[in-house]
Design a protein around this ligand. Structure first.
Ligand SMILES: [Zn+2]
Length: 279
């Protein structure tokens, strides 16, 4: 896409018209349809859905709650098909995003880092209505099945396809392992662990792993929501200190409140986990 065309699209999102010198435009690979290290993948259709939903969405550059909040905005997206197949034999496709930042003295270093290719790994957080098991076809958001992602069943590795993207929350350059929102944080970097175990696990073990997964997801979701709301990251920092003291139900409640845009009223840097319990 030409610079002029990009600027035109970008200026639909700004209060006043910005010139080429005032903005920094860069592209990111948001996600693809390859099976990732969590043994999950997006369907081609979900990439299309995300392309639409991610326009205008803010990205975070710094997951460190102690760092300043630096953000960029996606103003254009497209699904790009490549002339090769992914590991399950489907045509490889990825979601490309065009993002901008307004150049300031405080983000000059960050811009050089992006230019230099240092900050590369991107994760997206969105919610998928369906999470389909590749072995039995069960939608795991409706009912957990007994298959374990990454394990092999009759020589077929179990993975989960994410489908029906209902919301796109944010995207970020990853500095901490992130698991987010309604079960989905996807990274564009690929690594694979191949677990060669075909045994089915006892129900209890499946349940306790599900609880841990859920906690991790919720914690990521809350951390990001707090970082977006408070540019000094005080709330996010506090959350890091107290999250282990919260019950799963309390995390769920907090996540729900943040998702509808409510900043919990008791959530300030002076508070402790005990006050959060009263939310
Ligand atoms: Zn299954």
């Amino acid at each position: 896409m030409e610079q002029k065309e990009l600027l035109e699209k970008l200026n639909k999102f700004t209060r006043r018209e910005l010139t080429e010198d005032e903005v920094y435009i860069f592209t990111v690979t948001l996600c693809d349809n390859e099976i990732d290290r969590d043994n999950e993948c997006f369907s081609r259709k979900s990439l299309e859905e995300m392309a639409e939903k991610f326009i205008g969405v803010t990205g975070i550059f710094d997951h460190d709650p102690k760092g300043g909040n630096q953000t960029a905005r996606l103003f254009c997206t497209e699904v790009v098909d490549e002339d090769r197949v992914n590991s399950v034999g489907e045509k490889y496709a990825y979601l490309k995003g065009y993002a901008y930042m307004v150049r300031t003295s405080s983000n000059a270093d960050l811009i050089s880092e992006i230019d230099g290719g240092i900050k590369k790994e991107v994760s997206v957080s969105c919610s998928a209505e369906r999470q389909i098991c590749s072995i039995c076809g069960e939608d795991r958001r409706v009912r957990a099945c007994r298959h374990v992602k990454g394990r092999k069943y009759d020589g077929q590795k179990c993975f989960v396809t994410l489908d029906g993207i209902s919301d796109a929350y944010e995207w970020s350059f990853v500095a901490v392992p992130a698991q987010v929102c309604a079960g989905v944080t996807k990274k564009s970097m690929e690594t694979e662990s191949d677990i060669q175990n075909t045994e089915e696990r006892p129900e209890q073990e499946v349940q306790s792993e599900n609880v841990q997964e859920k906690r991790t997801e919720l914690e990521g979701k809350i951390r990001r929501a707090l970082m977006l709301k408070d540019s000094e990251h005080k709330a996010a920092e506090l959350f890091e200190n107290v999250k282990d003291m919260l019950e799963l139900s309390e995390l769920e409640e907090l996540g729900k409140n943040l998702a509808v845009g409510k900043m919990p009223k008791n959530f300030t840097a002076d508070n402790s986990a005990y006050m959060m319990r009263g939310l």
